[in-house]
Design a protein around this ligand. Structure first.
Ligand SMILES: [Mn+2]
Length: 301
């Protein structure tokens, strides 16, 4: 059993639509703390303070709200780093996916200190590998994975130190189905392992996770899951800002989490992009809370 430190990041400055700043509240209302306690973990819970658009000036259209996002992701990174060094499990609740810039910077720095190699499983409808040059919208939540690989805005790439946070060969991108044209090339040339929805259709989630966990076991010591709820099919997860048809089913998503849990290698997790404004009776947050339980080792039998 573990001590789980819930780190809420009520940030929606990286997204094109307001509302996912309420994501941490929605997950708490879905009983995330009690659910983790019920499977035997101890839990603490706090938020990183974040500014809201109504109080901030937008400085740059190719990377909107850059300076506030730099501040928030650095604060998140520091908290995550401290959590790992304290031997605890960071569970980051977004907030839009730009929080992953901070989460993964903090993990990378802590594991560098401990001499451990980090692998990341990134579940998403999108690849999140745009740069200020390639992004049609300038929304930073479309850029975090590129930033983690050292591609993009220098202010973001240097969070927690000027080093590349992830090695692309240790990254698995699962569930993608909607990429921008310029982004497709960035993904193809990056060296990350990308599994599209078409791959999932053809070979199935179990075979993909066997592959992913197989190379992770060879190459890394610890796994982080960055779970964007828009990776799920909008029919089961309507409360997201950028829904795309044809996503992960309920069982595919649980299987992914169950297989990661069974690997025993997961040491951190983040769940992002829940948008209660667009949700139906907190359905998406409830599903997110169930998936987190599966990731923490809740089993059927
Ligand atoms: Mn995303």
């Amino acid at each position: 059993m573990r001590h789980v430190r819930i780190i809420g990041v009520p940030l929606d400055l990286g997204a094109g639509r307001r509302g996912c700043d309420m994501g941490p509240s929605a997950l708490r209302i879905a009983g995330i703390k009690q659910r983790l306690q019920a499977i035997g973990h101890t839990v603490s819970d706090a938020d990183i303070p974040v500014g809201i658009p109504e109080h901030l000036a937008e400085q740059q259209s190719s990377a909107k709200y850059l300076s506030e996002i730099v501040r928030v992701t650095q604060a998140t990174a520091d908290e995550v780093e401290e959590t790992i060094l304290a031997g605890q499990f960071p569970l980051i609740i977004g907030g839009d996916h730009s929080v992953a810039i901070g989460t993964i910077a903090g993990l990378a720095k802590a594991y560098r200190t401990q001499g451990k190699k980090l692998g990341v499983i990134w579940v998403d409808a999108h690849a999140d590998m745009n740069t200020p040059g390639s992004s049609p919208s300038g929304n930073i939540h479309g850029m975090p994975l590129a930033v983690n690989l050292g591609i993009g805005s220098p202010e973001l790439c240097s969070i927690s130190g000027d080093f590349q946070k992830l090695d692309p060969k240790n990254v698995a991108l699962i569930g993608i189905r909607n990429l921008d044209i310029a982004e497709q090339r960035i993904v193809r040339e990056s060296g990350v392992h990308a599994f599209t929805m078409g791959d999932i259709d053809r070979i199935g989630m179990a075979a993909i996770m066997d592959k992913v966990l197989g190379f992770m076991k060879e190459q890394v010591d610890v796994i982080h899951i960055s779970f964007d709820l828009d990776g799920l099919d909008p029919f089961i997860a309507p409360g997201v800002g950028t829904p795309v048809e044809g996503g992960l089913t309920y069982r595919e998503a649980h299987l992914l989490m169950e297989m990661v849990a069974a690997s025993g290698m997961m040491c951190s997790m983040e769940v992002v992009e829940d948008n209660p404004v667009l949700d139906i009776r907190n359905q998406t947050a409830n599903l997110a809370a169930e998936l987190i339980e599966s990731g923490f080792g809740k089993v059927i039998l």
